[in-house]
Design a protein around this ligand. Structure first.
Ligand SMILES: [Zn+2]
Length: 434
């Protein structure tokens, strides 16, 4: 075996520099038939050409193989041809194993660092990465969820569409944009899409249009998180208005106002409840806005759909004229999305799902600076795969024990990448490594 660990190669010189190995070698097998015309026994050697192929890094240094490649002339067709090199990928002037290595490494590291370590141009690394993504996409069939989630996530400066399996709490895909066109096309191509019973979403008209067109059988539910958020925002508008009219001294009395006002009353301790009561006395509009927020949140505790609906109408009548502008976004949403919001009483999406997704979306905002959307998408969907990550170092090999036969591969359904895996990856600091 030679340093290349490739059979059929004759290595005759190794030079080592600070960053590189240059290995001069020759491929031993020679062709018997002409690759141009197929005639056997008519080839004769016709000079040698030096060609460089990059290989896997050796001892942390880039490795280039200088190949003395035989050229032939064919007596039958009078054409010349090169010695075939089955270990090489001719389009990239690299070994096949390097190309495979780059495809794998580019899934977990920056393109720049992979280019730097291998001596392959960054543009090529990017291309190989895309090819790997395509392959993984074809290999990894993800089950179509029964409860599908369509939400927004901010990635690489834009709002993107994130698709989830609500019951399994997994990410199934990410789309570059949130237009009806893009979402419709995605839904249309989903296999077994008729098994989708329910779609949860945020209040984004293109999503609703796309789902109604492509998945007419599915019920649409607005996750309560998105509705309650509007009530909190309504109260927050009043909070900001209140603050803007105060003297610096009065503002100081409102210390921790966000914390106290944003929480549910029953979550506050006695001291904070007292502070809250003082504010309500001092700033009646803010007090009323807080009360409206609390009452709106309470609607979601009502078990009966009809009763919830009636209580909402009462709530709406109770909004004073001067607070109407602040709560208008909520009231409009309740009007425009009424059936979908009320669907929640038929299909209560769990808090656990909502909170996990919200946490994930928040984390996503931190990751992947300097990456293209496609790169981040692939890293999210595929970097947790065993085909991308190596298993732990093999003790069995180390101790030279015989391999145990492999058990049959159990059939496991793939629901996408679990939220929990993404948490782990991102919290381990993948954000900086990316
Ligand atoms: Zn020939």
């Amino acid at each position: 075996m030679n340093i290349l660990n490739l059979p059929d190669w004759d290595v005759y010189e190794i030079k080592e520099g600070e960053y590189d190995y240059v290995i001069t070698a020759r491929y031993i097998p020679e062709p018997v038939a002409c690759i141009r015309c197929g005639v056997m026994g008519q080839l004769y050697r016709h000079g040698v050409k030096k060609q460089r192929f990059m290989d896997l890094p050796i001892h942390g240094k880039r490795a280039g193989i200088m190949v003395n490649r035989q050229r032939y002339h064919c007596r039958a067709c009078h054409q010349t041809s090169f010695q075939p090199l089955p270990d090489m990928e001719k389009n990239h002037a690299a070994t096949k194993r390097l190309i495979e290595f780059i495809g794998r490494e580019s899934m977990k590291r920056t393109f720049v660092s992979v280019a730097d370590d291998t001596g392959i141009h960054e543009r090529t690394v990017r291309r190989l990465f895309m090819a790997t993504v395509k392959r993984l996409e074809a290999e990894n069939y993800i089950e179509t969820p029964v409860w599908l989630g369509i939400d927004e996530v901010h990635l690489v400066k834009r709002a993107r569409c994130i698709l989830t399996n609500v019951q399994q709490r997994t990410v199934i895909d990410l789309l570059a944009s949130r237009t009806k066109d893009v979402v419709s096309r995605y839904l249309y191509k989903l296999p077994n899409k008729d098994k989708i019973e329910l779609v949860t979403m945020d209040m984004w008209q293109p999503y609703r249009d796309a789902v109604k067109d492509i998945l007419p059988q599915a019920a649409i539910v607005i996750d309560k998180f998105h509705v309650v958020r509007l009530a909190i925002q309504g109260m927050d508008t009043v909070r900001k208005q209140t603050r803007s009219h105060l003297t610096a001294r009065q503002v100081r009395t409102l210390k921790r106002d966000r914390y106290i006002l944003f929480h549910r009353k029953n979550e506050l301790d006695e001291k904070d409840k007292f502070i809250l009561a003082t504010w309500i006395g001092q700033f009646p509009s803010l007090g009323k806005a807080y009360q409206l927020k609390e009452e709106f949140c309470d609607l979601w505790l009502i078990k009966d759909k009809q009763e919830a609906q009636e209580r909402y109408l009462k709530w709406m009548m109770d909004v004073p004229t001067e607070l109407e502008p602040a709560f208008q976004p909520l009231i409009s949403a309740m009007t425009n999305w009424k059936p979908e919001i009320l669907s929640y009483w038929d299909y209560p999406v769990t808090n656990a799902y909502t909170e996990a997704l919200a946490g994930l979306v928040k984390l996503a905002n931190r990751i992947g600076r300097g990456y293209s959307f496609q790169a981040i998408r692939a890293k999210i969907l595929y970097s947790g795969l065993p085909t991308v990550h190596k298993p732990v170092f093999n003790r069995v090999l180390e101790e030279r024990l015989p391999f145990r036969p492999m058990a049959a591969i159990p059939e496991v359904k793939n629901y996408g990448i679990p939220f929990s895996t993404l948490y782990e990856l991102w919290e381990k600091g993948m954000d900086c490594e990316w």
